[in-house]
Ligand binder design. Sequence first.
Ligand SMILES: [Fe+2]
Length: 323
Amino acid sequence: MLYWVKIMKIKEIFKLAINKGAEADFRPKEAIEKLLKRRKEKYEKLSAKEKEEFDLEALENPYLDSRIYHIASDREIKKVLVGIDIEPAEILIAKEIGGIDLIIAHHPIGKGLAHLADVMDLQCDVLNFYGVPINIAEGLMKERINEVARGINAINHQRTVDAACLLGFNLINLHTPCDNLAAKFLKDLIEREKSERIGDLMNLLKEIPEYKTAAKIGAGPKIFVGDLERRCGKIALTEITGGTEGSPKIYEKMATAGIGTIIGMHISEEHKKEAEAANINVVIAGHMSSDSLGVNLFLDELEKRGIEIIPCSGLIRVSRVKK
Ligand SMILES: [Fe+2]
């Protein structure tokens, strides 16, 4: 069933994603508006030379890891190719398939990747939501945000964007807005179902179709710290949204804040060891599957509007649109 038929162009799709991401954000709407207002005030104080370098999109878009990279033709979008990672290979796939009006990546590329660290502030608010004092969250995240910014500095940011330009494809990416949708979905489910033990939590996650499919190829939810018998305590979704992995020093502070179990998409060995030392259970839901969940929740909005979706590059497409 079509919910409504309205011509969707690239900017409308992008704006819809930003709005849906903001609705699902851990921060209230007013906090996001305040953040944009603060950026505007800072911008106005800049010198003319500094203003030239300023990323003007920052005044309207709270998620700078999500961007419109190339508009080759601003037409009605009827068919989209969507993948977790879009690289030149996927651009060529789009050419082979034919009739693709827009390519949507999940992970940031180009300018969005260069600004990945900008969305990590969100993690401070998420941690604060779960009881970690904001000064501690900000103090520990500051160092980590700088580390991430340095880490992505040397990347060939424009490679995929260049391929899209050369072959004449419209290209955008939607990262944190979709991760926000996944985090909200999981948070609501967990608050509703109240799993007592890690085993119950694992069963709950495995009922989600994206995780069920991932489990079949060996990429389903896994316990990284803890075991099936352990009690969950307070479950926090601190590692689903907000760019990439936060500070490894945060686990001890989480434990002090009363968090018993965290659900993440992925975790490094260093982070895992710190969580273990703090007696925090870690359930890793899965990377591509968790990313797919968030992307799917947005793609349903496009499907409702009559847009055809072709999944690629690790996207496990599951539609929740009532037919
Ligand atoms: Fe991801």
